[in-house]
Design a protein around this ligand. Structure first.
Ligand SMILES: Cc1cc2nc3c(=O)[nH]c(=O)nc-3n(C[C@H](O)[C@H](O)[C@H](O)COP(=O)(O)O)c2cc1C
Length: 362
């Protein structure tokens, strides 16, 4: 399966002044999802952001569309692609979230899923006066939150005397069209991966962590699938792709990268300032594991990467979404499909879900 990380945030994953036609707007995201569905993408999910990170010249992700209203509109405009909604468990009561999920699943006719996130950026929550629990506890909280949501979806009612939630006969009717909407999580730490293995249908994870995740999955005897996140810088030719990659790095906003390293807890301000002086470090951060290639070569490389890492799907992070999706349809997917066949694997395209009776889940 192929899918995309939707560009619903300004500068998306690319804090750079390199010219980029991608927009975070609704109109642009609608066109992107229609194009993604048209070329054969199976899924897409948006980013949930509550604050941007200031840089030297930009505010990285300073504007973003909320994920619930966006997904609702996009589900109404599509027929085959599965759309996931990213929701922060620390920001939404689970009874409310479960109800939003039901609405989204009904609008999409059973093509909806939940990307459940526990939060990482202290800067986002401090501004709202919301406590960010410590890392391990965040996942315990999310587990209880998901218990309530799943109870409502399966039984239409929930009662839980938990550590974080006191739920007393909460009502969740109607139930979703799908017996159990898809659950995805994007934890990268051991705790996050274990949460995914125990609770999710798929983990979204950086591709080089596939082996680590397989071990965690084996520990808990889970069948959770692995979707590898992959940045792809495309051009009509390899030279064009390399030129685009060079511009991204040359015009990177180093202040934004430095502040990201600090906000994510990866580094102290002093160490982040030191690291982001070097062009090589900037390149490694932005493009370290990216595929930089002509659209056709990218298809072959993606198939090699998917087969070598045993991934079930690839979540693409693009630069010029609409332009790239055109190239992906014409050149990347045919090469991807042909190369996968050499490994005895088949590219899975999306299809309209089988009719689900709307009277069943009430
Ligand atoms: C592909 C991908 C998309 C993500 N999208 C979001 C998002 O939209 N909002 C958010 O707060 N965190 C997002 N995250 C962060 C994860 O939820 C998680 O906090 C992070 O990967 C750290 O993992 P850990 O909690 O196991 O340490 C995303 C992560 C990945 C890999």
């Amino acid at each position: 399966m192929l899918g995309i990380f939707q560009p619903n945030q300004s500068f998306h994953e690319w804090p750079t002044l390199a010219p980029n036609p991608t927009e975070w707007t609704y109109k642009y995201n609608l066109a992107t999802i229609l194009a993604a569905e048209e070329v054969g993408m199976s899924f897409a999910f948006p980013a949930a952001r509550w604050a941007g990170l200031p840089g030297d010249d930009i505010v990285w992700r300073g504007a973003s569309l909320d994920t619930i209203t966006l997904t609702a509109a996009l589900l109404a405009a599509t027929t085959k692609i599965t759309l996931l909604t990213t929701i922060h468990t620390n920001l939404l009561n689970p009874v409310v979230a479960a109800k939003y999920g039901v609405g989204l699943d009904h609008i999409g006719g059973g093509r909806w899923g939940l990307n459940v996130v526990s939060g990482w950026g202290a800067h986002e929550f401090a501004a709202m006066g919301v406590e960010l629990l410590d890392h391990k506890e965040r996942y315990a909280y999310t587990r209880e939150w998901l218990d309530v949501v799943e109870m409502l979806w399966s039984d239409g009612e929930a009662t839980l005397d938990g550590k974080y939630f006191k739920i007393n006969k909460a009502s969740g009717r109607p139930r979703p069209l799908q017996a159990s909407p898809l659950i995805v999580n994007a934890g990268q730490s051991y705790t996050g991966m274990r949460f995914s293995a125990e609770n999710a249908d798929y983990i979204f994870c950086f591709g080089d962590l596939a082996e680590k995740f397989r071990k965690v999955r084996a520990e808990v005897g889970s069948e959770c699938g692995f979707i590898g996140a992959k940045s792809v810088i495309l051009g009509a030719t390899t030279a064009e792709a390399k030129d685009r990659a060079r511009q991204i790095v040359d015009q990177a906003d180093r202040g934004a990268l430095r502040n990201m390293l600090v906000a994510s807890g990866a580094e102290s301000l002093e160490s982040a300032q030191g690291r982001m002086v070097s062009r090589d470090e900037v390149e490694e951060y932005l493009l370290g594991d990216a595929i930089i290639a002509s659209a056709e070569d990218a298809g072959t490389q993606l198939a090699d990467w998917a087969a070598t890492n045993g991934v079930d799907g690839i979540c693409l992070n693009l630069f010029d979404y609409l332009g790239d999706l055109q190239l992906i349809g014409s050149d990347t997917i045919p090469a991807f499909e042909a190369q996968l066949a050499k490994y005895g694997k088949k590219f899975r395209r999306p299809s309209v879900p089988e009719a689900i009776s709307e009277s069943t889940p009430v």
